[in-house]
Design a binder for this molecule. Structure first.
Ligand code: ATP
Ligand code: MG
Length: 200
């Protein structure tokens, strides 16, 4: 069995938020999302879109100095950033011996750095800079890598919802070139790199 990963191009923070908001209705307490990718790629922007899609009205900011933020939406949303933590042990010392909470939706920035602490079933989202500059609006590649569970079907729902949202925003990237699917092979689920060349 292969797990297909889904990649989408966004051209602005608003588009990244729209894709994240389109994922929100698929989420239930107990779900874990790990965000990784370049510094300043848009992980926190993604969480902002996700949180607003989950009914969170308070501002979502980077939890870099507090490690964890908790927001109240339709469900509790826990937002962690483990970037500053030096080791697994530090994460464990903070009480996150297992990065999952059955009562909340958990979103972890730099989650792949502590992958062994993540539940085996989670959604790995990788955000990469697609353009030369970090400043101002720029293209980003968002790759959704299902790690077990029911994610493939949920991602298909996300994609349909996102296409509608992006079209209503007057998105500049044509729908046909915006999305790409790549197959992941059995036994390679733990590999970080995702090959987006293999379009289907
Ligand atoms: N397509 C895009 N999607 C998301 N953010 C974008 C996009 N284009 C430009 N940006 C800008 O990139 C920056 C992303 O910042 P953000 O704090 O979300 O990154 P991050 O990945 O959380 O960084 P860190 O690694 O420090 O946690 C923002 O300044 C945002 O305006
Ligand atoms: Mg961040």
């Amino acid at each position: 069995m292969t797990h297909d990963s889904l990649t989408v191009v966004t051209a602005s923070p608003a588009e990244t938020k729209a894709v994240a908001a389109a994922l929100a209705p698929e989420l239930l307490p107990g779900d874990t999302i790990s965000l990784s990718g370049d510094l300043g790629a848009g992980k926190t922007v993604f969480v902002q879109g996700l949180a607003s899609g989950l009914g969170v009205t308070e501002p979502v900011t980077s939890p870099t100095f507090t490690i964890v933020h908790e927001y109240d939406g339709h469900y509790p949303v826990l937002h962690l950033d483990v970037y500053r933590l030096g080791s697994f042990q530090e994460v464990i010392d903070l009480g996150f011996d297992e990065l999952s909470d059955p009562t909340a939706i958990l979103v972890v920035e730099w989650g792949e750095a502590v992958a062994p602490l993540l539940p085996p079933k989670h959604l790995a989202v990788e955000i990469r800079l697609a353009g030369p500059s970090v400043d101002g609006p720029g293209e980003r590649l968002l790759t959704f890598g299902p790690r077990g569970g029911q994610w493939p079907g949920r991602l298909e729902h996300m994609r349909r919802r996102a296409e509608e949202l992006l079209a209503s925003q007057g998105g500049s990237v044509p729908g046909e070139t915006r999305w790409a699917v790549a197959s992941r092979h059995p036994g390679r689920e733990d590999e970080g790199g995702i090959d987006v060349n293999q379009e289907t």
